[in-house]
Design a binder for this molecule. Structure first.
Ligand code: SAM
Length: 282
């Protein structure tokens, strides 16, 4: 009998992937963690039935959440990453020899150990000596930070369960305080295509816009996320992701990337008209 993993994208839309084998299943204190092996997408990590990472398309999300801010300010030295238990964002950050310290705050140690065992493709650099892992709630961790980080990346689950607090105004305000005066905040910003996601995206955008002088969104095409069209939020105290972007400087680093390139960096901020309207309405 065939085994299928199905994620409900909206109450009228399901997305299914045929599964070869279930490799791992466990209930942690925070969420249900499953890892499946599939022919089309390789190994996939799901939390509470939602896809977090697949081996086949994770490069898109991790390239965009990491290289866009790193190319905007090449002097980033100290980074705070919230969530990110699969390790993909950390893997990309560790490619920059200019980064001196990466603090990762993940609420659930079981996500990290499961990924280290079953998905080394993403978890392979969590042992880099610049990486310090704190098993805490990111909402609480940032409350005590002031003027410390050049970059904060919020690589969280959606705004339900443990991820709920990471979409609040209090959290974004504390991220603002945690950043240096050159600081940049990047967060996963949900989708705009299905109505069910729009209100969350607009609320997050409004809260960030009230705090930061430079605010934008950029997009990527991620086949396994709802609608395949995904947004990232970009906010900063000083740097503009287009005006202050020096493509030559990033290209000189010689990093090989499968999705990100410096033309795409500029193009990704050019969002469709219906998205512009949704953002203007907030
Ligand atoms: N790329 C993913 C996505 O959006 O589909 C996110 C990946 S990563 C696995 C998300 C991580 O955020 C999870 O491991 C989860 O445990 C963690 N997380 C959720 N809420 C958190 C919180 N309040 N503090 C720290 N980590 C949190």
């Amino acid at each position: 009998m065939e085994l299928w993993f199905t994620e409900q994208h909206t109450k009228d839309v399901n997305f299914s992937i045929r599964v070869e084998k279930q490799l791992y299943s466990s209930q942690s204190d925070f969420q249900k963690i499953d890892i499946f092996d599939t022919k089309e997408f390789g190994k996939i990590l799901t939390l509470d039935g939602y896809i977090m990472v697949t081996e086949k398309d994770e490069f898109i999300y991790h390239d965009m959440i990491t290289h866009v801010p790193m190319a905007t300010n090449p002097n980033i030295k100290k980074v705070l990453v919230i969530g990110a238990g699969d390790g993909g964002t950390i893997r990309e950050l560790t490619r920059y020899s200019t980064i001196e310290q990466i603090d990762m705050v993940e609420i659930d140690p079981m996500v990290v150990s499961a990924c280290q065992e079953y998905i080394p493709q993403t978890a392979c650099k969590l042992t880099d000596e610049r990486v310090h892992i704190y098993y805490e709630d990111g909402l609480k961790f940032v409350r005590t930070k002031n003027n410390e980080y050049d970059l904060v990346i919020v690589d969280s689950t959606d705004p339900f369960g443990p991820g709920e607090g990471l979409f609040t105004k209090e959290f974004y305000g504390n991220c603002y305080n945690a950043l240096t005066e050159d600081g940049i905040l990047v967060n996963q910003h949900e989708s705009t295509f299905y109505d069910e996601y729009v209100a969350t995206m607009q609320r997050a955008h409004k809260r960030i816009k009230e705090l930061f002088p430079v605010v934008g969104v950029y997009q990527a095409h991620i086949p396994t996320y709802p609608s395949g069209h995904w947004l990232f939020g970009f906010a900063s105290k000083k740097y503009d992701p287009i005006k202050d972007f020096h493509a030559d400087q990033w290209n000189q680093l010689g990093l090989i990337t499968k999705y990100y390139n410096t033309d795409l960096h500029v193009g990704a901020f050019a969002v469709p008209n219906y998205v512009k309207e949704l953002l203007e309405d907030v």
